[in-house]
Design a protein around this ligand. Structure first.
Ligand code: CAP
Ligand code: MG
Length: 423
């Protein structure tokens, strides 16, 4: 540790050119101050020992400042000059402030809780092409939540069976049908053929219902193939694509966004819990959500605020929803706030273990500016997919009309059946 480079200055106030990081730091048998010195060094210009090659110019220009240490909550704030980072290069930014430091022996646990990006970095990213406004215009759904399903079984159906299940969900009343996160192009279900069959089914469903219907094919693949698949969707008249952003990687998401295909990008977060779930160590979903919005996904899975099957504290899910659906947010104990005037918004997606009976509680917690998705909660309906879709739409209509679901169910047999089935 280079003792000459003092990284702590509790009197420092970050400037508009600083990127500020909020960490939860649990030191390993050393003081939190010493741990912070190591973290600040390793995430910027230093290393574990003094080096003969360090010079005053480097330290003066690029040394970060630990300016806040709360010994009770273990919350630490570090301000990094924007010059440490390359504009529009998310991998480099995260390799610095979310890289080696997680593996350092000086910390028992370390969690990256939030990042405040300076305007110069925010404005170097494209952000979503459509945003919530563009999605509502495209789908012609002004107020209510978008409701959708995931084709189940997750994988296994052939292209025609897949399209048939999608058709049933659409004619039953759902707006959106997506591929599951582990369905790409399989021996039993070829991507190109699935897209053709399912978009064909979408067109028939639109004619039958008079409503806009959306299919979100999963284009997750090696980047060249991903772009080929996305272009195929575009050529076949698709308007959305879905990608698993974490298994795909940040650069690939940026490649997809930079291709400017005019397709709505839906971001699935499979694998996120490997780094977000431990409240003491890893990276918060709030950080992943901000990164995803900056790079440019139009929709993002953020959890169900403890209504469904996946983990995710209610308050954290609401913090995430605010961070992706608003330009300006205030800082709180666990968030640094933001002010992103030139970045469009990202629509929150609630999914995972949801069924029609969950709708009132889900919408009362997360609001109606969301996509609510039901896999088992649609295809698991005792009367099948069409009835499951009807029940979801009926429960949503009831909520929008401020009618209790049980009352509405008296004249909505599919909802009544769902409420009884999933008591
Ligand atoms: C939901 C789902 C979603 C998860 C994702 C699944 O299916 O398709 O991928 O909900 O979770 O495969 O589990 P069900 P999250 O509706 O049948 O649960 O949105 O929290 O990332
Ligand atoms: Mg899934």
């Amino acid at each position: 540790m280079d003792k000459t480079l003092d990284y702590i200055n509790l009197k420092y106030t970050p400037t508009k050119n600083d990127l500020v990081v909020l960490y939860r730091v649990e030191p390993n048998k050393i003081s939190i101050e010493t741990a912070c010195e190591h973290l600040a060094a390793e995430s910027s210009i230093g290393t574990w020992t003094e080096i003969s090659t360090m010079n005053p110019r480097v330290a003066k220009k690029l040394k970060p400042t630990v300016f806040s240490i709360d010994k009770k909550t273990k919350m630490v704030k570090i301000a990094y000059t924007k010059d440490l980072f390359e504009n529009a290069n998310m991998p480099e930014i995260l390799s610095s402030i979310a890289g080696n430091i997680f593996g350092m022996s000086v910390v028992k646990n370390l969690r990256l809780v939030d990042i405040y990006f300076p305007k110069s970095i925010v404005d170097s990213f494209k952000g979503p092409a459509f945003g919530i406004e563009g999605i509502r215009k495209l789908t012609r759904i002004k107020e209510r939540p978008l409701v959708g399903t995931i084709i189940k079984p997750k994988v296994g159906l052939n292209e025609k069976e897949h399209a048939q299940v999608a058709y049933n969900a659409w004619v039953g009343g759902l707006d959106v049908v997506k591929d599951d996160e582990n369905l790409t192009s399989m021996s039993f279900n070829n991507f190109d053929l699935r897209v053709k069959e399912t978009l064909n089914a979408r067109d028939i469903a639109e004619r039958k219902t008079g409503e806009k219907k959306i299919y979100m094919p999963n284009v997750t693949a090696e980047t060249t193939e991903m772009l080929r698949r996305a272009n195929l969707v575009k050529k076949q008249g698709g308007e959305y694509i879905m990608v698993d952003i974490l298994t795909l990687g940040w650069s690939a998401l940026q490649t997809l966004r930079d291709a400017n295909l005019g397709l709505v990008i839906h971001a699935h977060r499979a694998m996120h819990a490997a780094i977000t779930r431990n409240p003491k160590h890893g990276i918060s979903m709030l950080v992943l959500a901000k990164v995803t919005r900056l790079i440019g996904a139009d929709q993002l899975h953020i959890g169900t605020a403890q209504v469904g099957k996946m983990t995710g504290e209610k308050d954290e899910v609401i913090d995430i929803e605010n961070a992706i659906e608003y330009s300006k947010t205030k800082s709180t104990e666990n968030t640094l706030g933001q002010n992103w005037q030139n970045i469009k918004t990202t629509l929150a997606v609630a999914s995972g273990g949801l069924h029609p009976g969950h709708i009132p509680k889900l919408l009362s917690k997360m609001g109606t500016n969301i996509v609510a998705q039901f896999g088992g909660g649609c295809h698991g309906h005792p009367q099948g997919t069409i009835a499951g879709a009807k029940a979801i739409r009926q429960a949503t209509n009831a909520y929008m009309k401020k009618i209790p679901a049980k009352t509405y169910a008296k004249t909505a047999p599919e909802l009544k059946c769902a409420l009884e089935h999933w008591k």
